[in-house]
Design a protein around this ligand. Structure first.
Ligand code: SF4
Ligand code: SF4
Length: 503
């Protein structure tokens, strides 16, 4: 006896077999190419050239005689002549990968009653929940899995756009999950060690470029842009920020970090958007992200038309420059993708030329180990001696490559007050910032992304900036501030203070 499953009905829309496939076709099985899918995927599927194979017409009940949880689902009968195949999902995906494909197309959502072995075999009339095999549009070279939803209304990108705007997002895009063409670049970047001490990046490996591995069942990704330049920023804000870099006794904090922690702001609003979609259409699977998981954010955003990757590797938008955060919602139902845009860097390379540490080692290639943003935020240990003088007065992050980018004259002001600059950070004197006790640091940075680095790293960064200020000219005030921390309990702080005093 088999368990009951609901399987979507299909209608054949278009077949485009090549000769190799068609000669193996068996009469009466129009889904024949799925037959022997497991064993032939590596050889044939890449050559099949099948497009637009089928679309869901209606849901029908079928019997599924043999289920192995977590490993594969077999369909042998109960679908008439439509499906006569054994699908080993994992095996198929593996073989597809070995053949350079992004992954196989078949996934299943298991019923809760399915555990290690064939626990559902005797389940009789009890529901298997929703099981799906759904080639929708592009097929074999893309991992497509889709669960059956019964929405109250047809999901609409323009409605999502309207709701997103109400929540403070400036633009949305939609893309699929096939990032396979980005995998080689990501692998090379990791192999070169450019991720530095961000071990989690290497640890996650190619999951970053494989949304389905992060959230099984994902078929579409909504990308969202939220501008962060403060509403109060004057028209010549780029010039003002560049001048700040020349005032050596003042600390320079990256613009994005001067207001509330964007992780919190974006995450809450992404969640609200997903909940609005659920309320309007009905339940579906999703997960929201913002710089919080192995997600290839800029690449997804570029593919969905939010902009292009600048030579500094950040995303650039013709109407918004690069001063914005990105968020994503992974979805388990398909949405029509939005079109990517052309790149507009041309022959400009201002960002490469201005980078103080030469972290942009080539156009579109960033060595994070040299980037001041990485060194002052992500990097936990001692800042390399040869790079310290190049940090100037940067104490948290760096915007230099964005300040000189011509497209940032189009940077948009934030629609939210959350990113307004806090008093005490912008224009703060190094001596004052270095004098903060841990309690004062926590108080001044409450709700700010700066808090994440902790007091010790904060003092390390400010000590380097003080040392650079002393190199620019003697100052008793700066020297006294450093001496006051020369016996600090942290060896990391002491070492940077000694370096600064040696100037
Ligand atoms: S953030 Fe600063 S250090 Fe990093 S690439 Fe841009 S200019 Fe260079
Ligand atoms: S500074 Fe020039 S090269 Fe760099 S991202 Fe902007 S437009 Fe592109």
């Amino acid at each position: 006896m088999g368990v009951q499953a609901h399987l979507p009905g299909f209608i054949v829309q278009h077949f485009d077999f090549n000769h190799q496939i068609s000669t193996r076709q068996r009469a009466g099985r129009f889904f024949w190419p799925l037959h022997q899918f497991q064993s032939r995927a590596g050889e044939d599927i890449a050559k099949a050239g099948i497009r637009g194979l089928a679309r869901i017409l209606k849901t029908v009940k079928v019997k599924v005689p043999d289920v192995e949880a977590g490993q594969f689902i077999r369909f042998h009968d109960g679908v008439g002549r439509a499906l006569d195949a054994t699908f080993h999902t994992q095996g198929t995906q593996q073989m597809a990968h070995q053949s350079g494909l992004a992954g196989a197309e078949i996934t299943a959502q298991f019923d809760e009653c399915m555990t290690q072995q064939r626990l559902c075999r005797e389940a009789g009339g009890k529901s298997l929940g929703r099981v799906f095999i759904a080639p929708v549009q592009a097929f074999y070279n893309r991992r497509v899995s889709q669960f059956v939803h019964h929405f109250k209304a047809k999901p609409s990108v323009s409605m999502i756009r309207d709701w997103a705007r109400e929540l403070g997002f400036s633009q949305i895009g939609v893309t699929g999950v096939d990032l396979s063409s980005s995998e080689a670049g990501l692998s090379a970047w990791l192999a070169a060690g450019f991720h530095g001490g961000m071990g989690y990046m290497a640890q996650h490996g190619l999951m970053r470029a494989r949304p389905v591995e992060l959230l099984p069942g994902t078929v579409s990704v909504i990308t969202l842009r939220m501008d962060y330049l403060s509403a109060a920023a004057p028209g010549d804000w780029q010039e003002i920020e560049l001048q700040r870099l020349g005032r050596r006794e003042e600390g320079a904090v990256s613009i994005y970090a001067r207001g509330r922690d964007y992780h919190k702001v974006l995450r809450r609003r992404l969640q609200m958007l997903a909940e609005r979609m659920t309320a309007e259409w009905g339940p579906f699977g999703y997960r929201v992200f913002t710089d919080s998981a192995p997600v290839l954010e800029a690449e997804l955003a570029a593919r969905s038309g939010q902009g292009w990757r600048g030579k500094h590797t950040l995303l650039l938008n013709r109407e918004a420059g690069s001063l914005f955060f990105l968020g994503e919602i992974y979805l388990d139902f398909p949405l029509s993708p939005t079109e990517p845009v052309a790149e507009h860097c041309g022959r400009c390379q201002a960002c490469i030329d201005v980078c103080p540490t030469r972290a942009i080692v080539a156009p579109y290639r960033l060595d994070a180990r040299r980037c001041i943003s990485y060194l002052t935020i992500e990097h936990a240990g001692s800042i390399p001696l040869e790079l310290r003088p190049l940090l100037g007065n940067h104490i948290y992050g760096c915007d230099d490559c964005q300040l000189v980018c011509p497209w940032n004259k189009f940077a948009q002001r934030s629609a939210l007050p959350d990113f307004d600059e806090r008093a005490g950070l912008t224009g703060g004197q190094l001596v004052t910032l270095f004098g903060w006790t841990e309690d004062e640091f926590l108080r001044h940075t409450e709700g700010s992304p700066i808090r994440r680095i902790g007091h010790e790293r904060w003092l390390r960064n400010v000590a380097v900036a003080l040392g650079n200020a002393l190199r620019a000219g003697p100052s008793e005030q700066l020297r006294d501030a450093l001496l006051a921390r020369a016996q600090h309990q942290s060896a990391l702080v002491r070492e940077h203070v000694l370096w600064a005093l040696a100037a």
